[in-house]
Write a protein that binds this ligand. Sequence first.
Ligand SMILES: Cc1cc2nc3c(=O)[nH]c(=O)nc-3n(C[C@H](O)[C@H](O)[C@H](O)COP(=O)(O)O)c2cc1C
Length: 334
Amino acid sequence: MTIERLRPEDARSVSDLIGSALRLSCKGDYPERVLEALAGKHTPQYILERANCTHFYVAREDGAVVGCGAVAPHPGRENACALTTVFVRPDCQGRGIGRRILSVLERDEFALSSNRIVLRASITGLAFYRKLGYRFAGGNETPDDDGLYGLEKLLPGGYPLLGLIADRHSYRGAYRPEPVPREHLRAILEAGLAAPSGCNKQTVSLIAVDEPELLQKLRAVIDPPVGETAPAVICVLSRHINAYRDRCFAVQDYAAAIENMLLAIVSLGYQSCWYEGHITDADRIGEKMARILGVPEDFELVCFLPVGIAESKPVPPKKKPFEERAWFNGYGRR
Ligand SMILES: Cc1cc2nc3c(=O)[nH]c(=O)nc-3n(C[C@H](O)[C@H](O)[C@H](O)COP(=O)(O)O)c2cc1C
C-alpha cells in the first residue's frame, strides 16, 4: 500500500469512497438524511477544494483508492493542526489502513510544526482515535451539535527549538481541569534531570504532584495563592553540595533544570510559571511544602512549577531590545 498526496484524478474515487464509508460504516450511528447530506457534500469538486487548503493524502492498493485523510493548520489555535476527512473504504476496514493514514498525517510538516493535533471524531470513529492516543479536548466527553466528539493529541517534540524558546512565557492565568498524563509529567521531569550541573554533582531532585488531595494540601500553604487551578505541580528540590573546594553550583543547577522543564512543558502543549518568590524567603513556604511531601532535611524546596493546559494565552512581557543587552566582540559595540 502507498500513501501519497492526492492527485486531481483521484478526486472522483475519493468522493465515491467517502460516500460509501458514510452510508455503510456510519449507518446506525447517524440518521440517514444526515449521512446523505454529508455524502452529497463530498463531491469531487469539494475534495479538490479541500486539497487546496490542506495536505490531502490518499492510500492506494493495487492502484485503487482504499483510504484518505487530510491535515491542515488549525485556524484560530496557534501551534495546533487539525485532521479532517479520514475515511477507509468499508470493505478494507480492520486491516490497519486507518492507522497507517494517521501515522502519515501525524508526520506531515503541519503536524511536525504543531504541538497539538485536534479533530472531530464521529461516533463510528471514536474508539479508533481513542486507541491511537487521542483524548477528549477539554475533557468534554459529550458530542457537539453535529454529533461529533472534539478530540486532541499532544505532540511532544513537534516544536522547532528556537520557536519554542521564543514562545515560552510565564503563564499566571487559570488552568483547565484535565489531568496531565503521567507520561507527560515523566517527560518533563526527565528534561529537568537532563540539564547540565556544575561538576555533574546533580544537586537537583524533583517531585511531580498530581494527586488532588496532595495538591489541595500544597495549595493551603501557598500564600498568596498562585497556580492554584493547575492539575499538576512540579516541586524543585536543591541540595547544597560543593562542586569543588567551597564552590557550590546548586543555584545554577536548579536554574538550568527549571528552564529545561519550562521548555518541555510548553513543547507538550502546557503552560507554567517559575514560582520562587515567597518560597524560600521569610515566608518559608518551601519548608511547609517540603514537609507535606516528606522531603528529607538536606534538601531545600526552592521553586514549584504548575503544569496544565492554559485557559488563556500567556501575556508576553516587554523585553529590552537585543541591542541593549547583547553585542558582538565587546560591550556596547554595534
Ligand atoms: C528566579 C526566578 C524566580 C521567579 N519567581 C516568580 C514568582 O515567584 N512569581 C511569578 O509570578 N513569577 C516568577 N518568575 C517569573 C518571572 O517573573 C518571569 O520570568 C519574568 O517576568 C519574565 O517573563 P517571561 O518568563 O514570560 O519571559 C521567576 C523567575 C525567575 C527566573
